[in-house]
Design a protein around this ligand. Structure first.
Ligand SMILES: [Zn+2]
Length: 145
């Protein structure tokens, strides 16, 4: 019996992003970050990219860490917080004053559908406009979170 390839099976179990040219969601994230080296606008958006990706993959994070990420994102979008301020917030979270990661046994990824995922931002061979796509991605997450 010939089975159709199951696209759903290949999609990310947490954010629902499809594989793109064989790349998993995590690999697309890495490829987008690699573009930062040649794109200052994208580099400037580094913390937004990481925050957005993490917010769409919440299972590994503690509730406290996620709340901090959400607040940092909202601050950035609505209160005109500078990237430096945002960076301070996130590194505070990363420096272990609060526990950031859940123990592996506690992680339970739940599939959630988003309007945009990393697969809409990382377009293979099309680095131009990536920083703008990041901004659209962040705005979509803000509306849906
Ligand atoms: Zn994903």
């Amino acid at each position: 019996m010939h089975l159709q390839p199951n696209l759903e099976q290949d999609a990310c179990a947490e954010c629902g992003a499809p594989r793109v040219e064989g790349m998993s969601c995590w690999e697309q994230f890495g490829a987008l970050l690699a573009w930062e080296w040649q794109d200052p606008a994208l580099q400037a958006a580094h913390f937004l990219i990481v925050a957005s990706y993490n917010l769409q993959h919440p299972a590994q994070f503690t509730d406290e860490a996620l709340a901090g990420l959400r607040t940092a994102l909202v601050d950035y979008l609505e209160n005109d917080a500078t990237i430096a301020h945002l960076r301070g917030r996130i590194s505070h979270l990363a420096e272990g004053k609060t526990r950031v990661l859940r123990r592996e046994a506690e992680r339970q990824p739940v599939l959630r559908r988003w309007r945009m995922t990393i697969a809409d931002v990382y377009l293979p061979g099309r680095p131009e406009g990536a920083a703008m796509r990041v901004k659209t991605w962040v705005a979509a997450i803000r509306e849906e979170m």
